[in-house]
Design a protein around this ligand. Structure first.
Ligand code: OOG
Ligand code: MG
Length: 253
């Protein structure tokens, strides 16, 4: 099957919330080709009117790598359709088997089109916020190879952003808790994200430059989860609290 055909399969699985079997079971493709499948599947979304609003990093913490059995960092694209307003009620039926995870989000001030070193990274960023990512692998049983998950736009399905804070707010070692219906279900530290979430922004600049993706001013960068992700069910309120950054939440029906 061509990379375009594979892109159509993952795109339709996401669009219809219908799980598929792992693409890599029947097709051989490299990591580079997996990113081409992702780009082609995103082009299909753009053709339907979705707008690119940012990028996300995945597997930037050990907890996530261990949970999903993968060994390397990945990046994916975020669209306006995935952005969920604070305190919104979302429908479980729109997803296959969604999971939530606690993250930090960055707001881009100045276009990033090349690798930016750590010493300059803050010049490109306007603010930082606590956030929740909803991931929803299109693969049956949430099982995939690294190439599969890249092709599937890194399981991206939704994200909710909390209140913005100044770029100089310390975020290197903040307690991050994920609550479901008022109970803590995951707890960690922002330090789990590459030792410092700013490293994710540096990594985003490097990976996006490598794959020719410009990160425009006004875009979001999601740094990757600090803890394992948790499956969602009907009638839940999902909240993330990040020390000093505050809380962010949504409900699922
Ligand atoms: C892939 C996405 C990983 C993260 O924050 O590490 C990710 C997955 O776990 O399905 O978003
Ligand atoms: Mg994530």
């Amino acid at each position: 099957m061509s990379l375009k055909d594979l892109a159509k399969i993952v795109d339709e699985a996401a669009l219809n919330a219908k799980p598929i079997s792992q693409l890599s079971l029947e097709n051989e493709f490299s990591e580079k080709e997996a990113y081409e499948i992702q780009a082609n599947s995103m082009a299909r979304r753009y053709n339907r009117g979705e707008k690119l609003v940012g990028v996300k990093l995945g597997f930037t913490s050990k907890a996530k790598m261990i949970q999903m059995g993968v060994h390397d960092m990945i990046w994916g694209r975020l669209t306006d359709k995935m952005l969920i307003g604070k305190n919104t009620n979302i429908l479980l039926e729109k997803f296959i088997h969604p999971r939530a995870e606690p993250e930090i989000c960055f707001l881009v001030k100045k276009e990033i089109s090349k690798e930016v070193p750590m010493s300059e990274i803050k010049q490109y960023i306007h603010g930082v916020a606590g956030a929740i990512e909803i991931i929803d692998s299109r693969y049956q049983n949430f099982k995939f190879s690294l190439e599969d998950v890249i092709a599937d736009n890194c399981s991206s399905a939704g994200f909710v952003i909390g209140k913005w804070h100044n770029v100089d707010t310390p975020i290197e070692d903040l307690k991050m808790d994920l609550y479901i219906n008022g109970e803590v279900v995951q707890t960690g530290s922002s330090k789990a994200i590459l030792g410092n979430p700013w490293e994710s922004v540096v990594a985003a600049s490097r990976l996006c430059a490598q794959y020719g993706q410009v990160i425009r001013a006004g875009s979001y960068i999601m740094a990757g989860a600090a803890t394992s992700a948790v499956f969602l069910e009907k009638n839940q309120t999902v909240k993330v609290e990040v020390e000093t950054l505050g809380t962010v939440q949504f409900s699922i029906q």
